[in-house]
Design a protein around this ligand. Structure first.
Ligand code: GDP
Length: 425
């Protein structure tokens, strides 16, 4: 069957967790390879409703091995809290079904603090960070000023290494921001409380994956956020701080030789965006409120209302190209059922010129959406399980997406629960 990536084509929150939860039935291993606990996947299945931030969505299916690869921002505090939370719901998490790369760098308490301090300093110029410390973490990682998870297994080396970093960090926290620094005692307590419990899960994840591939196991890669938040090619600087693209997955998991036969690009039937930055197709006022309510568009991590808009074919096509998708999943089709006419952003107008090319980030503020309307289906589609069950107008909407993307829509999600899906053969 081969390996598969499930990736976001838009700004994140497309419903990737829902798709991974559905597909894990066919895979042996689920891997997270980038990002941290700053976004969240909401999954609803027979075990309950889960908001997963760090854990791969495969933990909800027994028999699946889950990996946190070397490319993730490993936040021991949030990870351990999340493990304890899902265990309450009878989800088993053991070193057999969760493996953490010893190569993953640790997100330290000061990363969260620095994120907050910098957003506060920026005031109305803030980036709209979720304040989970992701940007300070990745900049420290690339400055080689954090520690690898595997160092937890060598306490003496860890102490020496962290003491040096702490000295430098305290200078920044106290002298640049005028805030309170950390003592070694505080860090020691934090290690004992949140890092010691995750030590049994550490391993050479790259080696595990290469062995698994050799013995014929099928691997599913689960991305966080979407193409438009990619650090290199997204709406910079309103991006995340990691690579959200499918091509990075084998590197981020420590097994660059692994290839993906399928990349499923997840698209929401309309657009949402959390935080600051250009969002060309943004709706406002009553129209936006109706869509936000219909789609329950509030952030899984922060509860912030998401900005909403119609499906943006310009951004979505750009995202699908970046993700090298081989097929598409369209989620939340049921949410559009209340609309008589459905708006779609088909092109942008930049400085009076219409274009179907996604502009350079600094020009996005000058772009306006060109909107066309297509007929809505205006009825409940949440019971649809086969293509034939969908009303003609809903089929037309999907055909329009396929035509614009030049790619097959394989899955159409009509509700958040695992079985509310149309799978096309
Ligand atoms: P992810 O980070 O890409 O996994 O997406 P999120 O979990 O942040 O956001 C997707 C939200 O939409 C979650 O609350 C899901 O339960 C919900 N969802 C996913 N698919 C559907 C669908 O087809 N219909 C509806 N109504 N909700 C959906």
């Amino acid at each position: 069957m081969g390996n598969c990536g499930v990736v976001g084509v838009n700004w994140g929150d497309e419903g990737k967790g829902r798709m991974v939860d559905l597909l894990t039935e066919r895979y042996d291993i689920v891997v997270r390879y980038q990002g941290g606990g700053n976004a969240g996947h909401t999954v609803i299945n027979e075990k309950g409703k889960f908001a997963l931030h760090m854990l791969p969505s495969g933990v909800l299916r027994s028999g699946v091995v889950n990996i946190l690869g070397g490319g993730v921002a490993l936040d021991p505090e949030n990870l351990w809290k999340e493990i304890e939370e899902v265990r309450v719901e009878d989800v088993e998490i053991t070193p057999e079904n969760l493996k953490i790369s010893e190569r993953a760098s640790l997100l330290m308490p000061w990363h969260r603090k620095l994120d907050e301090l910098e957003e506060a300093r920026l005031a109305d110029k803030k980036y709209g960070s979720t304040k989970q410390g992701i940007a300070p973490f990745y900049s420290d990682k690339y400055q080689k000023k954090t520690v690898l998870a595997g160092e937890l297994l060598h306490p003496e080396l860890l102490k020496a290494h962290l003491t040096d970093i702490l000295e430098w960090k305290n200078l920044i926290i106290t002298k640049v921001y005028g805030a309170e620094g950390y003592t070694w005692g505080m860090i020691e307590d934090w290690i004992e409380k949140y890092c010691d419990p995750i030590k049994p899960f550490l391993c050479d994840a790259g080696r595990f994956l290469m062995d698994a591939q050799e013995s014929g196991k099928n691997i599913l890669f689960e991305a966080q956020l979407g193409a438009l938040r990619d650090i290199d090619y997204g709406i910079w600087p309103y991006t995340t701080s990691s690579t959200t693209l499918a091509k990075y997955a084998p590197i981020g998991c420590g097994a660059p030789a692994i290839e993906m036969t399928d990349v499923i690009g997840v698209i929401k039937a309309y657009s949402t965006c959390v935080g600051e930055g250009p969002f060309v197709c943004e709706m406002t006022g009553h129209e936006a409120d109706l869509l936000r309510e219909a789609g329950a568009e509030y952030g899984a991590k922060t509860g912030r209302p998401r900005r909403v808009g119609p499906l943006d074919l310009v951004a979505t096509k750009y995202g699908a190209q970046l993700q090298t998708v081989t097929s598409l999943a369209v989620t939340k089709m049921d949410v559009l059922s209340y609309m008589e006419k459905i708006p779609v952003c088909v092109r942008y107008r930049v400085d009076g010129q219409e274009t179907d090319q996604f502009p350079f980030p600094a020009l996005l503020d000058r772009a306006e959406p060109v909107i066309e309307y297509i007929d809505g289906w205006h009825c409940d589609i949440s019971g649809a399980r086969r293509w034939e069950d969908l009303p003609e107008q809903a089929q037309n909407y999907i055909n329009m997406i396929e035509h614009a993307m030049g790619c097959r829509v394989q899955y159409i999600s009509v509700g958040p629960e695992r079985d509310r899906i149309v799978v096309r053969s």
